[in-house]
Design a protein around this ligand. Structure first.
Ligand code: HEM
Length: 127
């Protein structure tokens, strides 16, 4: 997971998961919160498969960027990345959630969402 994150994600979200203020949102101390929210797990899986654009708010700061899709990666690789992210830099899997599996990602491959449709899946409670 870590090596795949370094190659595919750290260029924007940084090796520390802190992101870049105003440009790339932090994943540190944040993805655990997303996962704990209603619909958050499905949302995060869609973000890596299909990318994301449009306004989001993270810890009171607005981002309105474009994240590319990573659907070219294998389901098992996306699962490994999400398992790394959700257990690093202050994040932990919410109680009762199992680690991500390839089958979890495969389930959403049929959806064919646009990055804007992924934005609409974001839990409204995370601001
Ligand atoms: C948003 C993860 C790669 C730029 C997000 C979010 C997650 C995430 C979970 C949603 C945050 C939220 O809703 O609060 C990842 C992972 C990556 C990756 C796991 C690698 C597979 C990248 C790369 C870039 C990028 C390479 C830059 C080219 C962004 C931007 C947003 C974002 C700009 C916010 C989009 C918006 O404002 O609508 N990322 N990311 N990400 N990511 Fe990534």
């Amino acid at each position: 997971g870590k090596a795949l994150f370094t190659t595919n994600c750290a260029g924007c979200h940084q090796a520390t998961g802190q992101g870049v203020p105003g440009a790339f949102p932090p994943l540190a101390n944040h993805v655990g919160t997303l996962l704990a929210a209603q619909g958050g797990r499905a949302y995060v899986e869609h973000v890596v498969l299909y990318g994301l654009n449009g306004k989001i708010s993270v810890n009171g700061k607005t981002y309105n960027g474009v994240m590319p899709a990573f659907g070219q990666l294998k389901d098992a690789d996306l699962a490994a990345i999400l398992n790394y992210v959700s257990t690093s830099w202050g994040n932990k899997l919410p109680k009762g959630q199992k680690p991500f599996t390839a089958a979890d990602l495969a389930k959403y491959r049929q959806d064919k969402k646009t990055p804007a449709q992924v934005n609409a899946l974001r839990p409204k409670t995370v601001k």
